[in-house]
Design a protein around this ligand. Structure first.
Ligand code: ATP
Ligand code: MG
Length: 181
């Protein structure tokens, strides 16, 4: 479960901004262009998305606040996602009651990932989240157009979507891999 999300220098969130998620449903409301989708982009980004396009940009550094009005551009973007690990779902109890995943990127293009404040590789984050239903490949984020896409998909494409959601597709990929050897 998501506990909190902290943005700093990410897209329109120049100042440090903290969202806290409680039991039940959280709804983000606001006028057009106020940054609602940027919040979702931040979650995808901190989970390790490598595609600038899926974040509605053309380069990875486009997520860094690039100035608005009288406010100058910043040199780095940082997002931290805090997950509730009370049940040890994310890497067992050794990770602590909360697991904080952080991603940073600098104008130079350099970036880093951290788990509970310690530097790590993107792989470590992927491993931590594998099979938990959260992750860039999982269907935990349903965006505008995805529902239409699902309804209009051919039976074959729709099956692929369900296989992905059910966690079967990675076994299919592995089998194809094995058959090719
Ligand atoms: P809608 O209701 O139209 O979907 P929204 O609330 O989802 O709107 P977003 O798409 O999240 O709005 O936010 C768009 C705003 O974020 C734009 O004003 C855009 O200029 C700003 N923005 C995006 N990237 C950056 C950046 N790197 N630096 C500063 N502002 C940015
Ligand atoms: Mg939007």
């Amino acid at each position: 479960m998501l506990k909190a999300l902290e943005l700093s220098g990410f897209k329109s969130f120049a100042d440090k901004t903290r969202f806290e998620f409680h039991e039940g449903v959280t709804v983000v409301v606001g006028p057009n262009g106020s940054g609602k989708s940027n919040v979702v982009d931040a979650i995808k980004w901190v989970l390790g998305t490598q595609s600038a396009k899926s974040l509605r940009g053309s380069e990875m550094t486009d997520v860094i606040f690039n100035g608005s009005g009288s406010r100058g551009a910043l040199n780095a973007a940082e997002v931290t996602l805090v997950l509730d690990n009370a049940d040890g779902k994310y890497g067992g109890e050794s990770q602590g009651r909360d697991v904080a995943i952080t991603r940073r990127v600098y104008r130079s293009g350099e970036g880093e990932y951290l788990i509970n404040g310690g530097a790590c590789r993107l792989r470590d984050i992927r491993d931590l989240l594998a099979g938990t239903g959260i992750g860039t490949e999982a269907y935990s984020i349903i965006e505008q157009g995805k529902v239409d896409g699902l309804l209009q998909a051919s039976p074959r494409d729709r099956r692929a979507i369900f296989e992905e959601a059910a966690g079967i597709s990675r076994f299919r990929a592995k089998r194809q891999d094995a058959a090719r050897r």
